[in-house]
Design a protein around this ligand. Structure first.
Ligand code: 3HC
Ligand code: NAI
Length: 707
């Protein structure tokens, strides 16, 4: 019997179902444990506790998920009681048998709340996790102390230190979940199943089992040390993973109450750290970029049921995989049968390598291959909803391809280019439907890199932009809308960093010194190791063409050209800025390169000097920030957070520094602007003139993103 509603707080409902008290958290979208929810939980719990008829309490949530964590938006604001830890302590010591019923994503504080219950019941489809570390935090409501008591230290460490979700079935095997609902049960049927489970526990005479009162099993002697060594290597530069380990160590070494106290102190230290601030900025920025300013939320989008990719080379093959991985059928067109076969061969080898690692079954490889249908005929593209062109970077060729697409594709089909540098508007002008044309700039390897720059042309319609943004999310990318200019946002800023790095070497820094400064900062690789990976010959050929054509803006001859001229193209020729041993990708400084640089510098008559690491860092990064400010002023990126997301997901900017513009904010516009002016005075180069926006922020003490 469902008795009358007894408590109707805005965020938490309490109902009595015979001898069971049912507490339902209802705070969309993700039932985050904000102040209202915590207060409502306390009231509902008190009501259940006070009712002698109630023998057990089922704690669950409405909507799409059990709480996905503490309310991150509250961090940094004054704490309002009751704290989550107090709520969990009240649940644990309530005297009633408590059962958490989990569905959706029971994450962070949500899972910690469930750990305060005696039993955990879960939907088969649910995911459980403690992802706080990804926000630069640790589970701060008892997670690091209770989880090892439940499932042991060895199983706890990866969950807390890596922060990845655990599927319910795996959680059941670990003992984190006690029972699973029937597949497919949701809403009322899931709650009914949880009530049945709670009653079965009562019938069995199940007793309370507060985790806080349980002992922790001693782990193997070297478990912590080996895990920590691995973590230092994998999460270089991150503070939170190591603090997570420290807190789990405390669970073993200290009594529960003391461990909890320490956990709180460590949590607060991390919460107030620069790294966590940056990671929380990145979390919200990633979600914010999906909401394009000026694009109405209800802009209609078109379904993309079938796609096509033109060009089966490096990018085209990767992009075709992106569609196949998302279950979208895709035609892959190349001008040459051989190129098509080569491209398909690469795709198959990629999938087979993934299967070898156990991440795909043989059947899945075949399913994905079957979704990619090769062709050499444009007429096969008549029915597709979206085409992405990835042929050579050649304007005349691209124009021809787009004229052909305009001829064969159905009205309303979206025509996109993956160009890295060419003018999207000029390409659109080759069609009679520029409103359907835009840039979809994937990053290499396209099937791996999360970033997608969505380049809005002058004529691109809102519907086309909205469809592309939605498609980006559907295929697992972080899609960021940008304007049309040379290099768009990411490569335009990269270009500035790269020229500064080149000049630093010319002025006396060693390439390996420049690379080390940037990897120490947190980039996965330095600018020159990156040139070697991408291939120095590509840029060299482009520069040569421009010089031959008499382009007045062609860059002057530089030491990288001198290196490329000697056939040192990078990793692919085992020699570039560095040398590489057979079968290895480790860059080794090469005296021959030092020689080439020295000769080039002598012939140019540049006086070399020793350059400090600090100057290297500032010149490489402030050059980017100053360009970022221009990009903002021109409206190429609408908000600073777009630039941050692009650099984090496309270029490995350390997430714990929040992206270049967030990082610049932390330093302060005044200091950055003053440094730019000083570099201008020292070098005489106009490019160091502080961008007007940067200068303005320096004057007013403002921050990028304030506007
Ligand atoms: N606090 C506040 N807002 C949150 C939130 C949280 N914990 N989690 C998600 N949101 C917001 C998002 O910002 C977004 O808001 P918006 O619509 O205004 O942009 C909205 O909820 C929906 O989120 P997503 O767009 O991410 O929705 P998805 O369905 O793609 O993903 C999710 C849902 C998997 C739950 C994902 O949002 C997520 O991973 N959230 C963060 C989980 C997390 O880190 N939890 C730990 C928090 S820290 C903590 O618990 C401390 C404790 O130990 C003391
Ligand atoms: P690629 O040289 O590997 O592949 C180009 C493919 O296009 C080849 O298979 C070629 O046979 C095919 N092709 C040429 N003319 C064609 C035509 N008329 N019709 C059909 N197919 C034709 O080149 P890559 O590196 O894949 O680059 C493709 C595009 O992607 C370029 O515009 C490039 O600027 C851009 N891009 C490249 C990135 C990279 O890292 N390689 C990153 C992001 C964008």
């Amino acid at each position: 019997m469902d008795t009358a509603v007894q408590n109707e707080s805005r965020f938490v409902h309490y109902r009595q179902r015979d001898d069971i008290g049912l507490i339902v958290i209802d705070s969309p979208p993700v039932n985050a444990l904000g102040h209202g929810v915590r207060a409502g939980l306390m009231t509902a719990l008190n009501e259940a506790v006070a009712d002698a008829q109630v023998k057990a309490v089922v704690l669950t949530a409405a909507g799409r998920t059990f709480p996905a964590g503490a309310d991150i938006r509250e961090f940094g604001k004054p704490a309002q009681p009751p704290s989550l830890s107090e709520v969990i302590a009240a649940v644990e010591s309530s005297g009633k048998l408590t059962v958490a019923a989990l569905h959706g994503t029971a994450f962070g504080g949500g899972l910690e709340l469930a750990l305060g219950c005696d039993y955990r019941f879960a939907a088969v489809e649910a995911k459980l996790g403690l992802p706080e570390v990804k926000l630069g935090l640790l589970p701060g409501a008892g997670g690091t102390q209770r989880l090892p008591r439940l499932i042991g230290v060895a199983a706890t460490l990866p969950i807390i230190v890596e922060g990845n979700p655990v599927p319910a079935t795996e959680a059941k095997a670990l003992g984190l979940v006690d029972a699973l609902a029937e597949p497919g049960s949701s809403g009322d049927s899931f709650i009914d199943a949880a009530l049945v489970y709670a009653r079965s526990l009562l019938a069995e005479g199940a007793v309370k089992r507060p985790l806080g009162e349980m002992p922790v099993q001693q782990p193997d002697a070297d478990l912590f040390e080996s895990f920590e060594a691995k973590t230092r290597q994998r999460r270089r530069g991150f503070e939170a993973p190591l603090v997570c380990i420290e807190s789990v160590r405390n669970a073993v070494a200290l009594p529960f109450a003391e461990g909890l106290k320490q956990e709180r102190a460590l949590f607060e230290k991390l919460r107030d750290s620069a790294q966590s601030r940056a990671q929380r900025h990145a979390f919200f920025a990633e979600r914010e970029v999906a909401k394009v300013p000026g694009l109405a939320k209800d802009t209609p989008t078109n379904p993309v049921a079938e796609a096509a990719v033109i060009g089966a080379g490096t990018m085209g093959g990767g992009i075709a995989m992106v569609f196949a991985n998302a279950g979208i059928p895709v035609r892959l067109l190349d001008a040459q049968e051989e190129a098509l076969e080569r491209g398909l061969g690469v795709i198959r080898r990629n999938y087979e390598a993934t299967a070898k690692k156990g991440r795909l079954t043989a059947a899945e490889v075949e399913e994905r291959m079957a979704l990619i249908r090769p062709t050499v005929s444009y007429d096969d593209l008549a029915t597709v909803d979206l085409v992405i062109e990835a042929v050579f970077e050649d304007m005349e060729l691209k124009k021809k391809v787009f004229a052909e697409l305009d001829r064969v594709c159905k009205p309303g089909a979206i025509l996109a280019t993956n160009t890295s540098t060419l003018d999207v508007d000029a390409i659109a002008a080759a069609t009679g439907r520029p409103e359907s044309v835009l840039g979809l700039h994937f990053f290499s390897p396209a099937n791996v890199m999360k970033l997608l720059e969505v380049v809005r042309g002058q004529a691109t319609s809102d519907e086309v932009l909205a469809t592309a943004m939605r498609l980006g999310k559907r295929v697992g990318k972080v899609a960021v809308a940008v304007g049309n200019c040379y290099g768009f946002v990411g490569n335009r800023m990269l270009h500035r960093r790269q020229s500064e790095a080149m000049l630093l070497v010319e002025e006396g820094a060693a390439p390996e010194q420049v690379d080390k400064v940037l990897t120490d900062f947190g980039f996965p690789m330095g600018p020159f190791a990156m040139s070697d990976l991408a291939g120095i010959d590509v840029g060299w050929r482009i520069r040569n063409e421009r010089r031959k054509a008499g382009d007045p803006e062609a860059p002057e001859y530089n030491w990288l050209d001198a290196i490329a001229e000697r056939g040192r193209y990078g990793q692919k020729t085992k020699a570039g800025v560095y040398r590489y041993e057979e079968g290895s990708r480790t860059p080794i400084p090469d005296p021959e390169v030092a020689q080439i640089i020295a000769e080039h510098v002598r012939s140019k008559g540049v006086a070399q000097r020793s350059i400090e690491d600090r100057e290297i860092l500032e010149r490489c990064l402030y050059a980017m920030v100053n360009e970022g400010a221009r990009i903002l002023e021109e409206g190429i990126a609408v908000r600073a957070l777009e630039i941050d997301v692009i650099w984090i997901y496309g270029y490995g900017f350390p997430v714990y520094r929040g992206g270049p513009m967030f990082w610049a904010n932390e330093i302060g516009a005044e200091a950055v602007s003053a440094a730019c002016s000083a570099f201008r005075a020292a070098s005489g180069r106009e490019v160091w003139q502080p961008a007007p926006l940067l200068a303005r922020l320096a004057e007013t003490g403002g921050r990028f993103g304030d506007l």
